[in-house]
Ligand binder design. Structure first.
Ligand code: 13P
Length: 260
């Protein structure tokens, strides 16, 4: 059985001082949790301060992006070595906001995934369709294309070190969550794609997170689904209490599964 993972994507929120306070509150809220991996992804500017607060605790740290080179003349960019130096173990790659506002393509994201793996970072690879793509019934095709291109030339040994997040763009920041059935349908499809490309053993090991308006009150019903292995949380990860409740929902969903 896969251990669930709840990751908080803070996006472009929180100054250093605010990040320290939020990290302390989250740490206090989940300090007893061991049956669920918990990760926070503050903005780059707050990573060092958050790492200091997280020292010796059970919460992992992640960055929200990185550039696919170790160093060079890339003004404004951050390399995998730099985020590792700040104690990051995870990195979110290919978020739809990066694809939309910064024109990131799956081919470019593939370079990032490869370099992240090379530097032993855990990539949280985001894929997901827009509303228009879903309404024109192209959501499976779009997700398959993003999957294939973002994971090109990756081996089964490598893919199991990463995490996939299905984030339908129409559910991000809109308050419109995918229903548990819609999420499960796409997650089981992604699991099938993993199986076809990397084999069953690898496919069974990869965590597939759901992201898009996950809140304390809808988290349990989503995570009760067999192929929903956790969540990538935006807005609700900025409130320590809500975030801790989502973590608890993941633990509850997992123990309900174990008792089946
Ligand atoms: P919201 O939870 O705010 O919808 O954001 C989801 C997301 O984009 C996480 O990466």
């Amino acid at each position: 059985m896969r251990k669930p993972l709840i990751a908080g994507n803070w996006k472009m929120f929180k100054t250093v001082d605010e990040a320290i306070n939020l990290t302390k509150s989250i740490k206090a809220g989940v300090y007893k949790v061991s049956d669920c991996d918990v990760v926070i992804c503050p903005p780059f500017t707050a990573l060092a301060a958050a790492a200091e607060v997280l020292k010796g605790g059970n919460i992992g740290l992640g960055a929200q992006n990185m550039f696919p080179e170790t160093e060079g003349a890339y003004t404004g960019e951050i390399s995998p070595i730099m985020i590792k130096e700040l104690s990051c173990r995870y990195v979110i790659l290919g978020h739809s906001e990066r694809r939309q506002y910064f024109s990131e393509t799956s081919t470019f994201i593939n370079q990032k995934v490869k370099l992240a793996l090379k530097y032993n970072l855990i990539p949280i690879l985001c894929i997901g369709e827009t509303l228009e793509e879903r309404e024109s019934n192209r959501h499976f095709e779009v997700v398959k294309e993003q999957f294939d291109e973002s994971l090109a030339d990756i081996s089964a040994e490598e893919v199991v070190r990463g995490v996939i997040a299905y984030e339908p763009v129409w559910a991000i920041g809109t308050g419109k969550t995918a229903s548990p059935e819609q999420a499960e349908q796409m997650h089981s499809y992604v699991r099938r794609l993993l199986n076809e490309k990397f084999g069953q053993e690898a496919a069974e090991r990869v965590n597939i997170l759901y992201g898009g308006s996950v809140k304390a009150d809808n988290a349990l019903s989503l995570m009760r689904k067999a192929n929903v292995d956790g969540a990538l949380v935006g807005g609700a990860s900025l409130k320590a209490e809500a975030f801790a409740q989502i973590v608890q929902a993941a633990v509850d969903a997992c123990s309900a599964e174990a008792n089946k």
